[in-house]
Ligand binder design. Structure first.
Ligand code: LRH
Length: 483
């Protein structure tokens, strides 16, 4: 098979990037072409994504990438733009951290009980799931004018090619997709006052989407549908062998879980707030969202500290497990004074608040490691899938302290990397469609294993201290992760 060059557009909540990949049967080379910040904008009282700025940066990045055989786009999940009857975007997409969904989930659950919603959709309850955002927007003029809902990568794909559709892995994060028959749940939508007609036809990762429109100035290049949910692409890029592995896709969020062949829809799974997101080739990502490095990022913003490395070095010197919090406390979700909120959470749990930046960061990292531990414990128990190793991919794989703490807490070796698992997953799906790599998920992972550096962290110390630290969180009352 010939070597192919493809471009991956990967939009994260904090930054976007355009990467190129050179791919062949024994080759997987990655180069970063452009990286740009993703800065939300408050207009009125609403937090928006600056989607035109992202689009401009994408086009610039693609221009710099030079000639490629195909382009694929992935992004964070759940958020969407609405098109009117002329195919024009209605307003700027709203950020999932916006407050418009406050209290909406609770209202919806009175209309459709969780006992019914969970087996139908398989999704964990996150207050900002697309379904709740749509209910929050139900009576707006914008919604009345809306004809088509496009998730962010589908919106970018539409602007690039003129083609409309809903890529399946990302569609599965809306809570409007039926996890059993794989179709949009028109009935559920209608029941909640969401017009099913706005939900576009589903398409599959690997499908040819279209070609770049003339007005992009980059004409004629094919665009391939990838696993457009960034987490779905990241899990493709996990260099795992066999099935006995857990993954943590660690960036703004820590998405921690296992890969299964079928969803787990039990009552226990629902109460533990585990999600069944659709992956490539019929796989299920059985995981729970842990509020990840957002907690550090938001501290950095408040402190005005751009470089995280000195903070991490200082945090490594702090006494371990001085104070721990539940990262999934709802109060951490919105932008704001994170250091103060962390301090309050510590005090509420009967611990003294961190006094320095280093102590605050250490508190967050200890707490994330602890959340990784309980999440992966739950994932194994609820799914029956035992694991021998934890793969950390994404930006968090660069964070040695977090990788080591996670190994210690889980009592398992951590394999860290690749940092760019999402872009690799994006690239591999395109390459597969072009016939440049083996056809199976195992083939794709074998190529990642053979070509990408991975670092190993052995568990140290006794897990007992972590189990004891976990007990401190019980004083906080019921498990917040279950909403
Ligand atoms: C990670 C992610 C995650 C979603 C969140 C909104 O970037 O896609 O899987 O839960 O963003």
């Amino acid at each position: 098979a010939p070597v192919r060059t493809v471009a991956a557009v990967d939009l994260g909540a904090a930054s976007g990037r355009v990467m190129t990949g050179r791919v062949g049967p024994d080759l997987l080379g990655l180069a970063e072409v452009a990286r740009f910040p993703n800065i939300p904008v408050t207009v009125g009282a609403t937090l928006h994504w600056d989607v035109l700025s992202l689009y401009r940066s994408i086009l610039e990045g693609l221009r710099q990438a030079g000639p490629v055989d195909s382009i694929g786009v992935d992004s964070w999940a759940i958020d969407y733009g609405l098109l009117d009857a002329d195919g024009k975007l209605l307003g700027n997409p709203v950020h999932y951290r916006d407050t418009r969904t406050d209290g909406v989930m609770e209202r919806v659950l009175r209309e459709v009980p969780a006992e019914e919603l969970y087996p139908a959709t398989g999704l964990q309850l996150l207050p900002f799931n697309t379904i709740f955002q749509l209910v929050a927007a139900r009576d707006t003029a914008q919604m009345a004018a809306a004809r088509t809902l496009l998730l962010i990568p589908d919106l970018i794909g539409y602007w690039l090619t003129g083609q409309i559709g809903a890529e399946r892995t990302n569609a599965s994060t809306t809570q409007l997709l039926d996890v059993t028959d794989g179709k949009w749940s028109a009935q559920l939508a209608t029941r909640l006052g969401i017009r099913p007609a706005i939900l576009p036809p589903l398409r599959e990762p690997g499908d040819r989407l279209g070609v770049l429109g003339k007005e992009t100035g980059l004409g004629g290049v094919p665009v391939t549908t990838v696993a457009s949910h960034d987490t779905a692409s990241a899990v493709i890029g996990v260099p795992a062998q066999g099935q006995r592995f857990a993954y943590i896709s660690c960036g703004t969020w820590s998405l921690a879980g296992v890969e299964l062949d079928a969803p787990v829809l039990s009552q226990e799974s629902r109460l533990a707030n585990f999600t069944n997101e659709v992956g490539i080739d019929g796989t299920i990502r059985y995981l729970r969202n842990v509020m990840g490095l957002w907690l550090v990022q938001e501290c950095q913003r408040v402190w005005g500290v751009d470089d995280v490395e000195p903070l991490l070095r200082a945090a490594a010197q702090v006494t371990p497990l001085r104070a721990v919090i539940d990262p999934n406390e709802p109060s951490f979700l919105a932008p704001g004074d994170m250091p103060a909120r962390i301090g309050e959470a510590c005090r509420r749990l009967g611990q003294s608040a961190p006094q320095t930046q280093a102590e605050t960061v250490r508190c967050i990292l200890d707490s994330l490691a602890l959340a990784h531990m309980s999440t992966l414990d739950d994932a194994q128990r609820l799914s029956g899938r035992a694991v021998d190793v934890v793969h950390i991919v994404g930006g968090g794989a660069r964070n040695d302290l977090l990788c080591q703490l996670t190994a210690d807490a889980c009592g398992l070796p951590v394999l860290a990397g690749p940092v760019e698992a999402t872009a690799l997953g994006n690239i591999l799906v395109q390459a597969r469609s072009l016939g440049a790599v083996g056809a199976s998920l195992d083939d794709m992972r074998a190529l990642v294993r053979a070509t990408q550096p991975v670092r190993r962290f052995e568990p140290q110390g006794s897990q007992q201290v972590w189990r004891e630290a976990a007990l401190r969180l019980d004083r906080g009352g019921p498990d917040h992760s279950a909403a």
